[in-house]
Design a protein around this ligand. Structure first.
Ligand SMILES: Cc1ncc(COP(=O)(O)O)c(C=O)c1O
Length: 403
């Protein structure tokens, strides 16, 4: 067997199940889950219609590069959203079966495991666990950049030492961030781009929460947008990952895209042809219509905005909690006492007493440079209906007040 498999950690939700094992919460309280980041808003009906109408394509093998109709819809969307001068549908876009598989596959395609120094994949900490597993399985080592309140939950690029940059082959940035909701601005992306030129690494920007922003007038900037502002129209070293899962409430359709530098994507397409991960044609047609509509996305944002406002209003008196600029998460520090000594105690007792499930922050982070930024924090995903989120917030408040 591949020995790198032994380096993989259990997924956060397996750890959570183990933490909750053997506990029976009060039966008079309905179960509310704020742990999994699975959108629960309604799937747009017009996307379902498009999917049903194209089911005849079940009889055809999909092509890895995707149908031109989908690549055109993606290109039009990205050009408008990120003010790009162009995004070539032939060479600069690949549809993928959700960003999870694409993030994983991308690392396998770009890492050179036989370089003289062991390759590093730099990533934020806390992070989406696929980055770490993908790095290990590609024969690289993950290198964690702590995201703390002091650095506004974004990796401090100035704190990365020279010898780390020299071994860096790939850097993940997640903006808006899971779980922090922090957003990189254009200057931050430009600094990263300059570093990628200096040290010759690729930047993989995971932007799957880019459409869930709080201020309607402030959509998050993307990596390709920063390239455009620099006149870097070949997007050298740069690749972005986008998804319909959160934007359009379609996590079950497994649909996203990768876009950016043509030379990198040419090799990635070759890799994917062998990997065998072409998107089913009917999903491509349905995705094309989803990328062409903004009304349902705006409605989605309105729903998240209402939930953020209601939940934070309730929690503010008992928790140091702020609405982040984007995403659907809250990442508060929990109050500790003699009974609740850490975020795992908090999560377990909250479940035991109030039947509300959150995720301990440490399940999403690692210890690096002597500290673990997930310690004493929890992640709350505001995915459920507003009434349920509000009820959960009230129970959390009651729990904190009673412990
Ligand atoms: C940061 C981040 N990236 C990528 C994904 C994967 O999303 P999908 O595969 O549905 O596009 C998720 C899912 O929760 C995520 O949180």
């Amino acid at each position: 067997m591949n020995p790198n498999l032994d380096l993989l950690q259990p997924y956060p939700f397996e750890k959570l199940n183990a933490l909750k094992a053997g506990i029976t919460p009060p039966s008079q309280l309905s179960a509310i889950s704020l742990s999994i980041g699975e959108p629960k808003h309604e799937t747009p009906a017009f996307v379902v219609d498009a999917l049903v109408k194209s089911l005849r394509h079940l009889s055809t093998y999909p092509n890895t590069k995707g149908i031109p109709e989908l690549r055109t819809a993606i290109s039009n969307w990205a050009i408008k959203r990120f003010h790009l001068s162009a995004l070539d549908i032939e060479t600069e876009i690949i549809p993928v079966n959700g960003t999870r598989e694409a993030l994983f596959a991308f690392v396998q395609a770009v890492i050179n495991p036989s370089s003289s120094a062991k390759p590093l994949v730099l990533m934020p900490n806390p992070f989406y666990q696929i980055y770490e597993g993908a790095a290990y399985l590609a024969g690289a080592e993950p290198c964690f950049m702590n995201c703390t309140e002091q650095n506004h939950f974004l990796p401090d690029l100035d704190a990365v030492p020279e010898h780390i940059w020299q071994r860096c082959q790939l850097l993940f940035v997640c903006s808006p961030g899971n779980p922090t909701g922090a957003v990189c601005d254009s200057a931050y992306f430009k600094k990263l781009i300059a570093l990628s030129d200096q040290y010759h690494f690729i930047i993989a920007s995971d932007e799957c929460y880019s459409e869930l922003y709080f201020d309607e007038n402030k959509p998050p900037v993307g990596l390709l947008q920063a390239c455009g502002e620099l006149g870097r129209h070949d997007y050298r070293n740069c690749v972005v990952f986008h998804s319909l899962s959160k934007r359009s409430n379609l996590p079950g359709m497994r649909s996203g895209f990768v876009a950016g530098n043509a030379e990198i994507l040419e090799k990635f397409l070759l890799y994917r042809t062998y990997h065998g991960c072409a998107m089913p044609v009917q999903h491509q047609y349905a995705s094309a219509v989803a990328w062409q509509d903004e009304q349902h996305v705006k409605h989605n944002r309105d729903l998240y905005r209402a939930k953020y406002t209601a939940v934070v209003d309730i929690l503010k008196p008992v928790l140091n909690v702020e609405i982040p600029p984007a995403s659907f998460y809250l990442w508060p520090e929990v109050p500790l006492n003699t009974k609740i000594k850490n975020e795992c105690d908090f999560t377990r007792e909250l479940f035991a007493q109030q039947n509300v499930t959150v995720l301990p922050g440490s399940y999403l982070s690692r210890t690096a440079n002597g500290m673990n930024p997930g310690i004493n924090r929890i992640r709350m995903a505001l995915v459920a209906h507003v009434d349920e989120c509000t009820e959960a917030a009230q129970r959390i408040k009651r729990f904190i007040e009673s412990t």
